[in-house]
Write a protein that binds this ligand. Structure first.
Ligand code: ADP
Ligand code: MG
Length: 627
């Protein structure tokens, strides 16, 4: 509980006790009124002030206004009729405040859960100067600096370990509870906590570009993107509250005036009381509070599992996912290729591999990284010039002044080079040196260990179609698809063809069944943007992908797609439960009011009760671990 909440609770208790005591005191007249009014002000002064401010700012009809009118009206009636019963007005305020207290507690709780995630924000980075560690602002660390991370500290900036080994706790980023072993040469992302050994890390990004900063940005932005249900509620409240005020006014005026006209007693106090009750019943707090809170909790719960959903609108669309389209490399497969054969004409193996690795020196494609790794030696970038990467085909570069083309059969055809077919299963990287065919390198990718289960889990979660799109050769694509149980596969696609395929599927499906595209963003960022929902692999994915995607998976685990869908379904079902429940209770109370059974006590109990239940229900959206 924070300070404000403690103060609130104190006020609630004090005014409750005062109210009980006053009811036992035999006082009447002005003194009675003054004492009761004092209690009323203790419990309600902030509501009155907010209502007043609202009126001054031209926002007349909000909940504060409803509560103020209803309670002041009730007091006025008590004075007018001389009944001296001020309990009702005070009780309405008291219960309303209990509801507010409760809600602020709940919001605080889910905010704390999100800020546990926010806790990944590092405050400093250690730099070694003349043998001493110095703490500096992570913003001031230049790319390529060496930082030192001691056990118990957070990794502040993305980088590569140059010295030391340790276990890293990545749970704040990925929800993965087992620590990850890391050694010299491994990449580490910021936000992890160093558990055991001292690490020296050469930074590969600026702080602002590092994983931790990007996640925080995403989470901060997510609350500003509202879903349709959420927008519906705020539009609803904007129209609803004034309508209720007008209806109450009519209820207070019309029947007595009619009575006057036909010559009966107007019965003012009865009708005004009904109108005030009507105002209290109609208060839309439960809806206005619980719907955004449910989304907030759902997004928080998902981020604890390493699924970053960039807004509640995406939460809503994700819950309607029916088709999931995957990119292959890096999404369903690890994107870590092993060289399994080198077939060449005249050149030696190592020479061919050297050409390949050099030509690939600046590509970010997984193939490039693997070829460089297989080559294993330091790469002298000065030997490489005129690099031209052709998406979905490969690349052409000059190595020591000789033109080298590295890529698939499409690239060979583009270069007019006659290539030899290869019978090995795997991705075949053909090479042409100086315009003539030099041979090929066979590399093979490994499927992600959880990929098969991930596809099965999607099916179980009600996804009706899974599709794989890839730029790789048909033989490899078909084999992977069959292994994993993907329904449909399209291979040998250029990046533009992937967009076209997705557009075709979008056109064929019904608008209610949503299409999800999952990719690593290396040449598929346009598709990520085009699909109803784009999901990017965050750890391995490019910055462009994380930018273009609506949902980011922190640990690249395809299993998280089904989980994300389940989380969003749970969240949406909670939203609908709350909407229906709140409206139903209001409706029943209004009916009771119309036939004369409802008084203000019932109204306030109904309102606060519904709010409390709806808020409790909303909090359930946070609990997603077991889904
Ligand atoms: P995917 O759709 O599986 O992610 P891409 O569209 O990235 O595949 O690439 C398709 C094909 O283009 C690869 O299988 C490879 O044959 C070739 N290719 C793409 N980039 C490169 C590269 N940098 N070096 C060699 N070949 C490449
Ligand atoms: Mg790709």
């Amino acid at each position: 509980m924070n300070k404000k909440q403690k103060k609130m609770l104190t006020r609630i208790i004090i005014s409750f006790v005062m109210l009980v005591i006053l009811n036992f005191l035999p006082i009447t007249g002005l003194l009675r009124m003054a004492l009761y009014l004092a209690v009323y002000l203790v419990i309600g002064y902030d509501i009155l002030r907010k209502a007043g401010k609202g009126i001054l700012n031209g926002r007349v009809c909000d909940e504060n206004f409803l509560m103020t009118v209803a309670t002041i009206g009730a007091i006025a009636l008590a004075v007018y009729t001389g009944s001296g019963d001020y309990n009702e007005a005070i009780a309405v305020m008291l219960f309303y405040q209990i509801g507010e207290f409760f809600q602020s507690y709940a919001v605080g709780k889910s905010r704390r859960n999100i800020s546990a995630l926010m806790d990944i924000r590092p405050d400093y980075a250690n730099i070694e100067r003349e043998g001493k560690l110095e703490q500096v602002d992570p913003d001031e660390v230049a790319v390529g600096s060496i930082i030192v991370v001691q056990p118990g500290e957070k990794v502040p900036i993305d980088g590569i370990i140059t010295e030391g080994s340790s276990d890293l706790n990545t749970s704040a980023l990925t929800g993965e509870s087992l620590p990850r072993e890391t050694h010299t040469g491994d990449e580490v992302i910021s936000g992890c906590i160093n558990m055991t050994g001292v690490l020296k890390i050469r930074t590969t990004r600026e702080f602002g570009e590092s994983t931790v900063s990007r996640i925080l940005e995403l989470v901060e932005e997510s609350s500003s993107r509202k879903s349709r249900s959420e927008n519906f509620i705020s539009r609803f409240a904007r129209v609803y509250t004034p309508a209720v005020c007008i209806a109450a006014l009519l209820l207070a005026l019309l029947p007595p005036l009619c009575n006057l006209l036909i010559g009966r007693t107007p019965n003012w106090e009865n009708w005004i009381y009904s109108a005030l009750t009507f105002l209290v019943i109609s208060c839309p707090c439960a809806l206005v509070v619980s719907v955004p809170l449910s989304f907030f909790a759902g997004i928080g719960g998902a981020s604890k599992e390493g699924i970053l959903i960039k807004g509640s609108n995406y939460m809503e669309i994700l819950s309607q996912a029916k088709t999931v389209v995957f990119d292959k490399t890096g999404t369903l497969t690890q994107g870590v290729f092993e060289v399994s054969g080198i077939h060449h004409n005249e050149m030696e193996d190592t020479r061919l591999l050297e050409y390949a690795a050099l030509a690939e020196c600046s590509s970010s494609h997984p193939i490039s990284k693997s070829l460089q790794k297989a080559y294993g030696k330091e790469i002298d970038r000065n030997r490489v010039t005129d690099i031209r990467e052709i998406s979905g085909e490969g690349l052409i570069a000059k190595v020591d002044g000789t033109e080298v083309a590295v890529g698939n059969t499409k690239l060979m055809r583009r270069q007019g080079v006659a290539y030899a077919d290869c019978h090995s299963v795997g991705t075949i990287i053909h090479m042409a040196v100086d315009g003539s065919y030099a041979g090929h390198i066979v590399i093979s990718d490994i499927e992600k260990p959880g990929a098969r289960d991930a596809i099965a889990a999607l099916k179980k979660a009600g996804v009706s179609k899974t599709v794989m799109l890839t730029g790789d050769a048909k033989a490899v694509a078909d084999k992977v698809a069959a292994d994993l149980g993907v329904d449909e596969v399209h291979s040998e696609l250029l990046p533009g063809d992937k967009v076209e395929q997705v557009e075709k599927m979008l056109a064929e499906k019904s608008p209610k069944a949503k299409l999800v595209f999952v990719g690593d963003g290396i040449n598929d960022a346009p598709v990520l943007g085009r699909a109803d929902i784009g999901i990017a692999m965050g750890a391995m994915g490019s910055d462009a992908a994380i930018e273009a995607a609506d949902v980011v998976l922190m640990d690249d685990d395809p299993m998280k797609i089904a989980k994300g869908i389940k989380i969003s379904r749970k969240c949406l079902s909670i939203v609908y439960q709350n909407i229906i429940f709140a409206l139903a209770v209001k409706f029943v109370c209004l009916l009771l009011g119309a036939v004369g059974y409802a008084n203000m006590w019932l109204a306030i109990f109904a309102d606060v009760g519904v709010t409390v239940i709806a808020v409790l229900n909303a909090i359930r959206a946070l609990r997603v671990h077991k889904l």
